[in-house]
Write a protein that binds this ligand. Structure first.
Ligand SMILES: [Zn+2]
Ligand SMILES: [Zn+2]
Ligand SMILES: [Zn+2]
Ligand SMILES: [Zn+2]
Length: 169
């Protein structure tokens, strides 16, 4: 992880889906570790299965490695949803959103509300607005969680390690 700060472009590259050329939405990865948005790979799978007569597999759009869905009995419509989520990319997306101050409170989002997040719980790996952070602290189970302010992360740059480092392994 050297010089991450100077590699803003590469950082964006890492988070860009090669199908839609936009920042990942729900990043999912194939066995070859290539990552796509769930909706993009879903569209791709459906058209690939339609073209190939034997519809029990598809190949990676980038490296052409065959992907044989484990649960063969599922319809191709289900394959994309069953692919594992790329947690590394998701945590990078979080960092990016925080840096651009585009991070919204995770608890409020559950209720379809958009409130700007002000803090981050390092134990839950969730962002909170002011009200939800107070709420979080008032629970016995979560009161001991380490909460850091997003503006502290922003000032320290991408290299900040307040996020759990195990997602980087
Ligand atoms: Zn995409
Ligand atoms: Zn691949
Ligand atoms: Zn909230
Ligand atoms: Zn927490």
């Amino acid at each position: 992880m050297a010089n991450v700060c100077n590699e803003g472009d590469r950082f964006e590259d890492l988070l860009t889906c090669t199908i839609c050329l936009e920042i990942f939405k729900v990043p999912k990865y194939l066995p070859c570790l290539h990552t796509f948005c769930e909706s993009c790979i879903n569209t791709y799978i459906l058209s690939a299965v339609e073209k190939a007569k034997n519809g029990d597999r598809f190949s990676c759009p980038i490296c052409r490695q065959n992907v044989l869905p484990k649960e063969n009995e599922d319809k191709p419509e289900e394959w994309a949803r069953k692919l594992p989520g790329n947690h590394f990319v998701m945590s990078m997306l979080d960092k990016r959103a925080i840096q651009k101050s585009e991070k919204y409170c995770n608890s409020c989002q559950v209720n379809d509300e958009k409130r700007k997040a002000l803090s981050w719980c390092t134990a839950c790996e969730e962002a909170f607005c002011d009200a939800c952070q107070k709420y979080h602290k008032s629970f016995k189970m979560t009161s001991k969680h380490k909460i850091i302010l997003l503006k502290d992360i922003q000032s320290e740059g991408v290299k900040h390690t307040a996020f759990r480092s195990d997602v980087l392994l």
